[in-house]
Write a protein that binds this ligand. Sequence first.
Ligand SMILES: N[C@@H](CCC(=O)NCCCC(=O)O)C(=O)O
Length: 254
Amino acid sequence: MGIIFDKPLIGVVMCQNHIGSHLGQTVHNKYLDAIVLAGGVPLPLPHQLMHAPHLLENSMTLLDGILLTGSPSNIEPWHYGEEGKEEHADPARDRLAFGIITHAIGKKMPIFGICRGLQELVVANGGSLYRQLHMTHLFQEHREDDALPLDQQYAPVHEVQPEAEGLLSQVLGSAQSFAVNSLHGQGIREPGPQLRIEARAPDGLIEAVSLRQHPFALAVQWHPEWHSDHDPVSQRLFAAFIHAALCYHKEKQP
Ligand SMILES: N[C@@H](CCC(=O)NCCCC(=O)O)C(=O)O
């Protein structure tokens, strides 16, 4: 199980939103499209999987990889030792994401994290976040201007410099810097000892991390799913993730 027509099955973390006056769970098409384009089959994972432990465990045996998507919502700060409320919180997503990350790490299942997904991988591994990057006055503006059309919001705005000999530069085939988009208000304060820094922005902010002792657990602060059909960096990232998921699938066969 877990493979559909020789394509790996990728669990995708969704967000809880109001749809009219009802609560629903959603994922943007761009994330699902990027997986399909790279040769995987996306399977959105409902938050209800956390309602009974065996539901999550059984689902995880079917999957070959996990995509942690971006979201406007922020992780509740108590998860990384801070007090206070988060105005844009999604506690059900927090619960599912942290549960899935724990299982995926235990199984050495490939993980690819994007934006909030990077922040989830960090916090799940004992790291911490700046809750409002712009208030630190340490970094340039990393938020988008949401009054602009989407194509401009997701346009490249700063460079990232990959670490030589890291997983990211291996995936990209080079440690040369490249330009990325930026649509986040929070960022990594401390990655924690389990994570390796894979890239930084010119202002020093950590832009990519990977999990040590794991074959493929990579996360980026930018949005490679945007234009993943023709952006070369995005194509390489998704191709490497899906390749890792295929390898995982073959290895887990009895
Ligand atoms: N809320 C966090 C994470 C930002 C993030 O993931 N943005 C994604 C926006 C919607 C999308 O493209 O999926 C932060 O502000 O740092």
